[in-house]
Design a protein around this ligand. Structure first.
Ligand code: 5CA
Ligand code: ZN
Length: 409
């Protein structure tokens, strides 16, 4: 699949800083030392509805990861999927009486537009589940042949016991796992499973649903977790730097994915850090397509809201915190954008050298974007109050805000 166009990332003076980021698996910060090529996999959308602020906040977090790495002069291999066949997509298509492929294409196209408008850097490989199927089938066969998967009434399940590290991403107890599994696409109550938590790797063809040739597995379609594992291993290999997504993906999705990959390769860990963004809510509940309490990026764009202000709203919250979308947070961002634009619209101003370092330091410390915004606010206030004589400083601020925060002033 094609991704979306990249906005330019200005090169900054001086030296970028190495990223320290919170890892769900170890429960603390890890210093990543990716070498010349940093590798990141971020779970993509299930395209049955438009991009909402929760999605945008999560992709904003991982866009910052890329920007910090690019500032250290590293290359970034960024891979993202599109879950373009799965239960919720098929259910929505049936509900609305539309073709599921047309729905997926339409919502993926809108997502690309939203990501472009928000200046999110595109992945190098943007891969749909459907196009990944030829790579998924042999992996499931390998797991089955190694005794890590089994058949149940034509469906193929992964055996969580096959990975000695199972549980090591989310550290949840069995009761919590069972509850979340039922809530998030699993089927813990299906009779005949070896362990209620075992997730499906390959689902045998169902009447009226799309299916593909699965070789010795029979016709069917892939399970959710193996989709991301197949794509990540194909394009990044084991031991990549960051597996990213929202906190609702820690269990079961990233837990199961890590176990699939570790059982397949015998290597540990699949990723050096499992990084999770907090949930954005509206009116006291997590924003979600299934609940329908959504604020869409495309809707705000249609209303004429500057995408840079949307981006500033996201950046005003630490990526790991859960927060609520309100009219006020957007108002605050619009006011900030106006102040910043006024401050950089003069040819000279207070020196920007310290500011560049403050932003670098804030982002390198677990992506502390609120601290980065504070630093720019202080510079803009100085510009407003007393100005400065540093010729070109506003240009440096503008390029820094663009390169490190993805905000075009
Ligand atoms: N296709 C799968 C991942 S392989 C999926 O979870 N798709 S999604 O469309 O439901 O979500 C896309 C990304 O947005 C995921 O990382 C998810 O964790 C994140 N996300 C969903 N809702 C919210 C929310 N309310 N706040 C923050 N992030 C969210
Ligand atoms: Zn995923």
């Amino acid at each position: 699949m094609h991704a979306w166009p990249a906005s330019e990332v200005p090169a900054l003076p001086g030296q970028g800083r190495d990223l320290r980021i919170h890892d769900t698996a170890t429960g603390g910060p890890v210093s990543l030392d990716p070498g010349p090529v940093a590798r990141i996999y971020v779970c993509g959308i299930t395209p049955y509805d438009a991009t909402h602020m929760g999605h945008a906040a999560t992709y904003n977090a991982f866009d910052l990861v890329q920007r910090v790495w690019l500032d250290t002069k590293r290359q970034v291999h960024y891979v993202q999927n599109v879950t373009d066949v799965d239960d919720p997509l098929l259910e929505r298509a049936v509900r609305d009486g539309v073709d599921w492929t047309a729905l997926a294409e339409q919502e993926t196209a809108l997502f690309r537009e939203d990501m472009t408008a928000l200046r999110m850097l595109p992945p190098r490989h943007y891969i749909g589940a459907v196009e990944a199927i030829p790579g998924i089938v042999p992996l499931v066969e390998r797991l089955r042949d190694a005794g890590a998967a089994y058949e149940l009434e034509g469906d193929t399940y992964f055996s969580v016991e096959a990975d000695p590290h199972f549980g090591g991403v989310s550290h949840l107890d069995a009761t919590a796992m069972r509850l979340l599994s039922a809530e998030r696409g699993g089927d813990p109550d299906r009779p005949g499973k070896k362990n209620p938590l075992d997730p499906m790797l390959w689902m045998a063809a169902r009447e009226g649903e799309p299916s593909w040739d699965g070789g010795s597995l029979g016709r069917g379609r892939p399970g959710w977790h193996i989709e991301c594992v197949a794509i990540a291993l194909d394009h990044l290999g084991m031991g990549f730097d960051v597996q990213g997504g929202g906190s609702d993906l820690a269990f079961p999705h990233h837990e199961m994915g890590a176990s699939h990959a570790q059982a397949l390769t015998g290597e540990f860990p699949m990723a050096k850090a499992y990084v999770h963004a907090g949930m954005v809510g509206l009116d006291g509940e997590k924003m979600s397509k299934s609940k329908g309490n959504l604020v869409f990026v495309s809707q705000l764009r249609r209303e004429g809201v500057d995408p840079a202000a949307i981006r500033l709203t996201l950046l005003a919250h630490h990526y790991r915190s859960d927060w609520e979308w309100t009219d006020q947070v957007l108002e605050d961002a619009l006011a900030r954008l106006e102040r910043w634009r006024a401050a950089v619209s003069r040819p000279d101003g207070p020196s920007a050298e310290a500011l560049v370092e403050e932003i670098r330091e804030a982002l390198a410390d677990d992506l502390d974007s609120p601290a980065a915004l504070d630093a720019v606010d202080r510079w803009a206030a100085r510009q407003q109050e007393s100005g400065g004589t540093d010729i070109g400083a506003p240009g440096v601020v503008s390029r820094t805000v663009d390169a490190l925060l993805g905000v075009a002033l």
